[in-house]
Design a protein around this ligand. Structure first.
Ligand code: UDX
Ligand code: ADP
Length: 464
């Protein structure tokens, strides 16, 4: 079966870049990305490629090549669902904030709505691909909803989890380590799997395209993220030990990473991991394990989250204790708000929680981030419900220049590892700050010797 039309529901950080690359590599397939959010679709269609709703290195070039040729962004959801032979579900699946599984289970309401919408409008057979991160066995739920339509339309459900990391999404898609496709092991299921394999085979070697049963595929996604996050929590646990003993976490990371069984990647100590996936997926894993009565498994993975929360709190508390046990009325500059460099995404960013703790201590914060917009920063803080919107606005300012952010500050906190932070005129910054001037490098990216020579009191995560 050769696919000619694809519809992707959800034009977010996953759907937008993924479909852009699929369209770019498959000029013979018409790919339409639909979303209920009109402003988002408008932004994807904007003439000025700097205004795309997602910032990713290389994305605007891909969009420039494919948009209008075989890549389209639209709010006409029903028409595009019905016309497509293959539909990707790429909507958000946040952690539930209410009811059973509150703060742990994934909220599947958007996915379920999609399934119902597909069931309502489909007049021909479809392959439905789940792309959002979902608990194991969600494909089964989607299938049950779709199969109840009773209008004779047949659906095949595939699980095709996303492994792209933000900031390197285009590279991760174009040179994927692997693509995973889970499907039913029946003849029809295998045909559907092959149809999706063919799409990826347009640019990836066959041996990098793995096919499994649906549940293995769903569980692999959660497991991959849990393993990655676990590495970060592991090195962050060691960072605290380093600070207490005089070891340097970068040296330890390098030494252990050279063991080929451990490997050098994902061993960078930080102020804590963020992003839309790690915490959500681990909580999901913990919830599933608990639901199955597997308490030891649940407790084991929960510890990764507990360590991460501890790291964020520890960083904020260290700022307070170092600034003579009070930050009340003191200005603290935040360099970075995004959860990692090269993205404008702030979901679960450590910066949000560090800011929250410092604002509770009555600090004044001035934030500079190269890509995050001010309204996003306030939205993140307001969502915590710790303070009113007015209080957040009174205590925290967002500026569009790092030198301004640091002016008159008692301390600078580096929350994101943006490359540009290493190129600043640090002497100039020092001269405008209150003395003693502190830098708390939550990403360990600045040059310690240079800053100390200027006169800064320098603290880096993972070093005494
Ligand atoms: C992650 C997975 O990497 C990706 O495969 C999956 O599809 C989605 O979730 P993402 O959240 O976009 O991707 O970014 P990632 O690079 O994994 O970083 C997550 C967080 O961990 C960031 O806050 C990052 O700063 C932090 N991190 C990462 C560290 O603190 N240290 C490291 O060594 C690596
Ligand atoms: P992700 O990181 O998983 O891509 P985002 O929140 O960035 O998550 O994107 C999800 C997108 O899905 C949002 O733009 C949202 O408006 C869209 N969406 C959610 N539910 C529906 C739906 N039923 N129909 C169309 N779009 C939807």
């Amino acid at each position: 079966m050769k696919i000619k039309k694809i519809c992707c529901i959800g034009a977010g950080y996953v759907g937008g870049p993924t479909m852009s690359v699929i369209a770019d590599k498959n000029p013979g397939i018409q790919v339409t990305v639909v979303d209920i959010n009109e402003a988002r679709i408008k932004a994807w269609n904007s003439e000025n490629l700097d205004e795309l709703p997602v910032y990713e290195p290389g994305l605007s070039e891909v969009v420039a090549r494919a948009r209008g040729r075989n890549l389209f962004f639209s709010t006409e959801i029903e028409k595009n669902i019905d016309e497509a032979e293959m539909i990707f579900i790429s909507v958000n699946t946040p952690t539930k904030t209410y009811g059973k599984g509150k703060n742990m289970a994934a909220d599947l309401k958007y996915v379920e709505l999609c399934a119902r919408q597909i069931a309502n409008v489909a007049t021909s057979d479809k392959i439905v691909v789940e792309k959002s991160t979902l608990p194991v066995r969600t494909a089964q739920a989607i299938k049950t909803i779709l199969d109840q339509t009773g209008n004779g339309v047949k659906f095949q459900i595939l699980s095709n989890p996303e492994f792209l990391a933000e900031g390197t999404a285009i590279q991760d898609l174009e040179q994927a380590d692997r693509v995973l496709i889970g499907g039913e092991q029946s003849a029809e299921g295998k045909q559907a799997i092959q149809a999706l394999v063919d799409i990826y085979a347009a640019w990836l070697p066959q041996e990098n395209i793995l096919t499994t049963n649906v549940w293995s595929s769903e569980l692999s996604k959660l497991t991959a993220n849990a393993f990655l996050a676990q590495r970060v929590s592991s090195i962050n646990a060691i960072s605290e030990l380093c600070e207490a003993t005089g070891a340097d976490v970068s040296e330890v990371a390098k030494a252990i990473g050279m063991d080929s069984r451990i490997g050098p990647k994902f061993l960078k100590a930080s102020v804590g991991f963020g992003g839309s996936c790690f915490q959500k997926d681990i909580l999901n894993l913990v919830y599933i394990a608990k639901s199955l009565g597997l308490d030891n498994v649940a407790d084991y993975w929960e510890q990764v989250i507990i360590m991460n929360d501890h790291q964020k709190r520890r960083f904020a508390e260290n700022i307070v204790s170092t600034l003579f046990n009070t930050v009340s009325g003191k200005k603290i500059a935040f360099l970075g708000w995004a959860f990692k460099k090269d993205t404008n995404d702030t979901r679960e960013s450590a910066a949000i929680y560090v800011a929250d703790l410092l604002l509770e201590e009555q600090a004044e914060i001035q934030v500079y981030d190269p890509k995050v917009k001010p309204h996003q920063i306030y939205t993140d803080l307001n969502a915590l419900n710790t303070r009113t919107e007015e209080e957040n606005k009174a205590q925290l300012q967002v500026v569009n220049n790092p030198y301004e952010a640091c002016k008159d500050a008692h301390a600078i906190a580096v929350l994101t590892e943006w490359d540009e932070f290493t190129t600043y005129d640090w002497k100039r910054i020092y001269d405008t700050m209150k003395k003693p001037a502190f830098v708390f490098d939550g990403r360990k990216i600045l040059k310690e010797e240079e800053l100390k020579a200027i006169g800064f009191e320098y603290y880096a995560i993972g070093k005494a």
